[in-house]
Design a protein around this ligand. Structure first.
Ligand code: FE
Ligand code: FE
Ligand code: ZN
Length: 278
């Protein structure tokens, strides 16, 4: 079984996202829990969610991978930003319970000059405050490209955060192929080596989702510019090897590529073709 989808707009509701995913050929999707730039979120319509759950059930959808707003930064040097980020994430945890048992992915944060170690401490502390034993959502730390002062571009940094979080059963990792490539992990020439390293440091059992993106830039560039599958520096062959690697089998693959609907239809169809001819 495989799960593939892209980012869909939450503005029209959950049932609309479910229908849109089907229209594009997908059986999972990502969505921003609120405006990607942050701020207050729209009230959730229970009937709309009911309708979505029926669509998902009928069509064998995989886990959804919600995405926290980009402005969320748990380890900013500004106290106001830290507090606002914690409030947003805590509120998102409540909202996610309308669609129970799914994933919520977030960027660990940017330490904005405080240093990686301080950043790691603050992120873990915030997660310890936010995560609760009763929640059904698993929160995923995204591997980052290392742009600016981003924390989480090295597997060791992700591990250090995980080690400090008490609610480990609510935590996991989302691997972004563009980000790890930009972060210096050569998945073109050494995919197995990179996966071994991920397993040794983070543990493959902690991997729950893949952000499936090509990259506009070279390995180690720390730029974080996504490209359409096969049109970037990672390239078609390597992206196909990632798609079919047994370590990633059965996980939701989310496209975050610069595309219109047409482009997503093509990429989703290509991913399915690869899986089926395997
Ligand atoms: Fe992301
Ligand atoms: Fe991503
Ligand atoms: Zn990115």
């Amino acid at each position: 079984m495989y799960y593939i989808g892209n980012h869909l707009p939450v503005a029209n509701g959950y049932a609309a996202m479910g229908s849109k995913a089907l229209e594009l050929g997908g059986n999972t999707f990502a969505f921003f829990t609120r405006n990607p730039r942050g701020g207050s979120a729209k009230e959730i319509d229970k009937e709309d969610v009911e309708e979505f759950l029926k669509i998902a059930d009928k069509n064998g959808f995989g886990k959804l991978v919600a995405h926290a707003p980009y402005t969320l930064n748990l380890c900013s040097e500004k106290e106001k930003t830290r507090n606002f980020s914690k409030e947003m994430m805590a509120d998102d945890m409540k909202r996610m319970e309308y669609v129970p048992g799914n994933y919520y992915n977030f960027h660990p944060g940017s330490h904005t000059g405080q240093g990686v170690e301080t950043g790691i401490e603050i992120i873990a502390g915030a997660l310890n405050d936010i995560l609760s034993p009763g929640q059904s959502t698993r929160v995923l730390l995204e591997t980052m490209a290392g742009k600016g002062s981003e924390v989480g571009s090295k597997f060791e940094e992700i591990r250090e955060i995980m080690d400090r979080v008490e609610q480990k059963d609510k935590l996991g990792v989302c691997l972004d192929t563009c980000h790890i490539w930009d972060g210096g992990y050569d998945i073109v020439n050494n995919l197995d080596g990179v996966i071994d390293e991920f397993d040794r440091i983070i543990g493959l059992e902690n991997l729950y989702a893949i952000h499936f993106n090509d990259s506009k830039n070279e390995c180690g560039s720390h730029k974080d510019r996504h490209e359409r599958i096969g049109y970037g520096q990672i390239g078609l062959k390597a992206m196909k090897r990632v798609a079919l690697h047994p370590a990633f089998a059965g996980k939701p693959f989310i496209l975050e590529t610069p595309n219109d609907d047409e482009g997503y239809i093509e990429e989703i169809a290509m991913f399915k073709r690869w899986q089926e001819e395997k």
